[in-house]
Design a binder for this molecule. Structure first.
Ligand code: AHR
Length: 666
């Protein structure tokens, strides 16, 4: 009862407040005009930032379904259950991954020998889909042929342990050889397991057991999960940053990300520990490793598929500065040559002609054409003099070998404060092309920061807003209101597209059962994907980024939520390809508002042909799409008519992002 009374008081208060505010709210006028100096919107403005965090690569985007396929985790049989007569050996055919298993029959024919893999929180299997199992194997006993049986089984309550599809493979050589078999599943199962039995009486060795859906993105072997790439594709990203994030740095130099270890045959790519295994003790995942099966060649291909500029980030000789206890843990200045060489070789790998050492390797992998790399990031969110001293050497070497490559430097992990204030001038001195800024901040910060870039130095390096997301102060997960505040902030990015060359929300992916960090842009389980409201904000800004910034003001002032602007944030662009004005309005107030559009110079005003309005809104600020309701929040597209053609009026709904697309007659 008490709750009910409280509820009514809350509603009543809301009504009183909103009606009194409504009574005071005058109609607003957006003045829209071409700025004195043309601002062309960079193609790269809205992009994606990929890192193997939250099981984003192994267990996520990388479509491999078996965990610890090469038995190289520190606990070599982690992810596996063995039964019968199975032993671990370490003189296998792949020198970087020497471990494998030896299978022999038990003394009692009823006791089976074999092993079972748990996948990543189970193995997701789709009905009617085909899966390709492969294994490197050899016979080791006297007989020439041995048989193994493989099956996918269910962990569902009623069907626990039952196989629902199976196949047999004959191992017919004492030499290591790759065997492949396909399985088509009669049912879907979010959490199945993979099991293998030794069927015959002899002995065998098995290495690199792998299970992939056949239907990967573009049907590639060693491919990527199609539904997750589709989500990226649907964002139309202009830039694709990889492979992180903190994993670039490593917990120590040994575990830093080394791109050269991520190309070539997957069986021999060395495993790396994923630092997100242990970064947060309360989200501890001892089974989190990087197989590097999704490596730099695959990243470049993906960037190409997405039509996004690739932006690789390389280690600059610093390990994670949060983790380092002593300067000596970093690569010292006189030890940097191999690190710098790695960066130079990476550029050659991407762009070099096929006669160059690394260009040739690219061609051998199947891509003789260059990837046309334009950007490279040196270090992740590094800071301090130790960073500047190292960056200096990278800049010198890259400028001299590749003067056209744009270099991205760091401004540290925070968007303000001592480190930030120190680094920006240093970046200017070093003349890097872009400076990476990171901000995981709360609601107030995001709303205030809508005018952050209005006062930035136009002659300084450009900004790469490389990692950002609204982390609500009292609610640590994705929700609509945070997405709305990100949208408010993004109107400021768009207005300042002459300063901000690229911006990427972070992190990108998270497995619903295996995350370390949230909020995230895209959630998934083993079968399905959830596009968050932040995803739709990114998508709408990206699809409707236009080609040229227009000046949009109320009484000569940009619309950045100032007191007299009634909770509105707005930006406007012209789209030359589609001949339309695009106006983005974020209304964080509880009031609907009527806004007149005043296209100041007549030259701007064509006759409007038709207009479209796209609305992103939610019934509750805390609402978010979920695995059971993935479409609770979706952009709604509608055609609208503009009442007064010479001075059209639009409406801005309470708590919404709305995009008005006004086409002009040709
Ligand atoms: O996006 C998660 C982490 O946040 C990144 O790895 C790191 O760069 C930042 O601290």
């Amino acid at each position: 009862m008490k709750n009910l009374i409280n509820k009514y008081i809350w509603i009543l208060l809301g009504l009183i407040t909103s009606s009194s505010v409504l009574a005071q709210v005058p109609d607003l006028i957006f003045d829209i005009e071409k700025p004195k100096k043309q601002i062309v919107i960079p193609q790269t403005l809205y992009g994606v930032f990929f890192e193997d965090i939250n099981f984003g690569a192994d267990g996520g985007l990388y479509a491999e379904l078996l965990k610890n396929r090469s038995f190289e985790f520190k606990q070599n049989l982690m992810g596996w259950k063995t039964f019968g007569n199975v032993s671990l050996r370490n003189d296998g055919p792949f020198n970087n991954n020497p471990h494998y298993v030896h299978l022999a029959p038990t003394a009692n024919e009823w006791r089976q020998t074999g092993l079972q893999n748990e996948g990543f929180c189970g193995i997701g299997i789709h009905k009617d889909a085909t899966y390709r199992f492969s294994v490197w194997a050899r016979t080791t006993g006297n007989s020439e042929k041995e048989t193994i049986a493989i099956e996918l089984g269910d962990l569902g309550e009623d069907t626990w342990g039952q196989a629902f599809c199976s196949a047999k493979i004959t191992i017919d050589s004492p030499e290591w050889k790759k065997y492949t078999v396909e399985l088509t599943s009669p049912k879907s199962s979010e959490k199945s397991f993979f099991r293998l039995f030794l069927e015959s009486d002899g002995e065998i060795d098995l290495e690199h057991l792998s299970l992939f859906p056949k239907d990967t993105w573009k049907g590639r072997d060693n491919g990527l999960r199609k539904d997750l790439v589709q989500a990226l594709y649907d964002l139309k990203p202009g830039v694709f940053r990889f492979p992180g994030g903190c994993i670039v740095e490593g917990t120590d130099l040994e575990t830093r990300y080394q791109w050269k270890e991520t190309i070539g045959p997957v069986e021999n790519r060395p495993l790396n520990e994923n630092r997100w295994q242990f970064t947060f003790k309360y989200r501890f995942f001892p089974d989190y490793y990087q197989t590097n099966g999704l490596g730099f060649y695959e990243y470049f291909l993906l960037a190409e598929d997405l039509k996004a500029e690739p932006l690789p980030v390389v280690n600059c000789g610093l390990i994670c500065q949060y983790m380092a206890k002593h300067e000596s843990e970093h690569a010292q200045i006189d030890e940097l040559d191999p690190y710098i060489q790695d960066a130079l070789d990476l550029i050659e790998f991407a762009n070099g002609d096929t006669t160059s050492t690394w260009g040739k390797k690219r061609a051998e992998l199947g891509h003789p054409q260059p990837f046309n790399l334009k950007y490279i990031g040196i270090g992740n969110e590094q800071w301090g003099k130790e960073y500047v001293d190292r960056l200096k050497l990278f800049v010198k070497a890259i400028r001299s070998a590749y003067p056209d490559i744009k270099i991205v430097g760091s401004s540290g992990p925070k968007p303000d404060g001592e480190e930030f204030e120190y680094l920006w001038p240093e970046m200017k001195k070093l003349k890097v092309d872009l400076v990476d800024e990171h901000f995981y901040k709360d609601e107030n910060w995001f709303l205030k920061a809508a005018d952050r870039y209005d006062s930035y130095d136009r002659k300084a390096p450009k900004v790469f807003a490389g990692e950002y997301a609204c982390h609500a102060s009292t609610y640590g997960r994705n929700h609509f209101q945070a997405a709305l505040y990100e949208a408010a902030f993004m109107t400021g990015i768009e207005r300042n597209a002459d300063v901000v060359e690229m911006a990427t929300y972070a992190p990108l992916f998270a497995h619903l059962e295996a995350w370390q960090w949230r909020p995230d842009l895209i959630w998934f389980n083993n079968l399905n994907v959830v596009r968050t409201s932040s995803f739709y904000v990114q998508q709408l800004f990206s699809h409707y980024k236009g080609t040229e910034v227009l000046k949009l003001t109320i009484d000569g002032v940009p619309v950045t939520g100032k007191e007299e602007q009634n909770g509105l944030y707005a930006s406007a662009v012209w789209d030359e390809q589609n001949k339309c004005y695009i106006i983005k309005v974020v209304n964080i107030s509880n009031n609907k508002q009527t806004i007149k559009l005043n296209f100041k110079k007549k030259a701007l005003l064509g006759d409007f042909a038709d207009a479209t309005r796209i609305t992103l809104a939610a019934t509750n600020p805390r609402l978010e799409n979920s695995i059971t309701q993935p479409d609770a929040i979706m952009p709604k597209v509608e055609s609208i008519s503009l009442q007064n053609i010479s001075s059209p009026t639009i409406e801005s709904n309470a708590n919404s992002l709305q995009i008005y697309i006004l086409h002009i007659k040709h």
